[in-house]
Write a protein that binds this ligand. Structure first.
Ligand SMILES: Nc1nc2c(ncn2[C@@H]2O[C@H](COP(=O)(O)OP(=O)(O)OP(=O)(O)O)[C@@H](O)[C@H]2O)c(=O)[nH]1
Ligand SMILES: [Mg+2]
Length: 241
């Protein structure tokens, strides 16, 4: 593709042979319908299921779909970082492979970037009568506790740090992802702390979200490690500034 893509969509995928293909089709159909140049970068790091074959299949019919394969499993943060640094679009979105947020929800983030924001992030916690969030009650409760902690750890104005649907200008993405260190699920918090410290404009919009079965994040399994990663990231950023 010779044209610079208007949008790059980065999708981290680890063992997503079931959840990713319908979402990938949806992303391709959405951008083909818009008619702007675009690219989709799926980042796989050692999936042991058919993820790679399923993406290759879509790629044969749709050249804007790219597959980035990392040698070994390093976590969601490392995968999103690699995809964002390989992206060439004027605007760059990352979206979870499970399609919990439909790609059409980009209509809620795009105007924020057009209006001057450097980051436009989806939120499942902002009250908005126009959107619905369908999630299991224990996950909603865990999210509230997590967001409460994150607010106290340096992001008081962000209602939902963990939503897997965030968009960036090219300049903000290139700068922030080059400096991102957290490889695991807590990378969003480091990214937002870095953005805040650098004075980027962060805008949030409520997005429709429907929990999908097969989540790879466990509150008890991953929560303590995520908090530890956030504390380390915070210390790094405070030391540098
Ligand atoms: N490449 C790569 N992607 C990963 C890894 N871990 C998670 N992901 C991707 O990260 C995204 C989010 O994973 P989910 O299991 O949906 O978890 P979540 O969306 O953060 O949490 P939920 O709130 O439960 O939906 C999916 O696209 C996963 O495939 C990893 O180690 N490598
Ligand atoms: Mg999910």
């Amino acid at each position: 593709m010779s044209d610079t893509p208007r949008w790059s969509v980065v999708v981290p995928a680890f063992n997503e042979a079931c959840r990713l293909p319908p979402y990938l089709d949806e992303i391709v159909a959405y951008f083909e319908g818009r008619g702007d140049p675009y690219e989709v970068i799926v980042v796989d790091d050692g999936s042991t299921d058919d993820t790679v074959a399923r993406v290759e299949h879509v790629r044969c019919a749709h050249p804007p779909v790219r597959l980035l394969r990392l040698g070994e499993n390093r976590g969601k943060g490392a995968a999103v970082r690699a995809g964002m640094l390989a992206a060439r679009g004027h605007y760059r979105l990352f979206a979870d492979a499970d399609g919990a947020t439909r790609i059409g929800e980009l209509k809620r983030l795009e105007p924020l970037l057009m209006g001057g924001a450097d980051l436009a992030i989806g939120s499942r916690a902002q009250p908005d009568a126009g959107v619905s969030v369908v999630a299991l009650p224990h996950r909603v409760a865990a999210g509230r506790v997590f967001n409460w902690l994150v607010a106290r750890l340096g992001l008081p104005e962000v209602s939902d740090s963990q939503c897997g649907f965030k968009a960036f200008t090219a300049a903000a993405a290139a700068d922030l992802f080059a400096r991102l260190s957290t490889r695991g699920f807590a990378f969003d918090v480091e990214l937002l702390l870095l953005a805040r410290a650098a004075g980027y404009r962060i805008a949030e919009a409520a997005v429709n979200w429907t929990d999908q079965p097969g989540s790879k994040v466990g509150v008890l399994k991953d929560g303590p490690g995520m908090l530890w990663q956030i504390l380390r990231a915070r210390r790094r950023i405070v030391r540098r500034s």
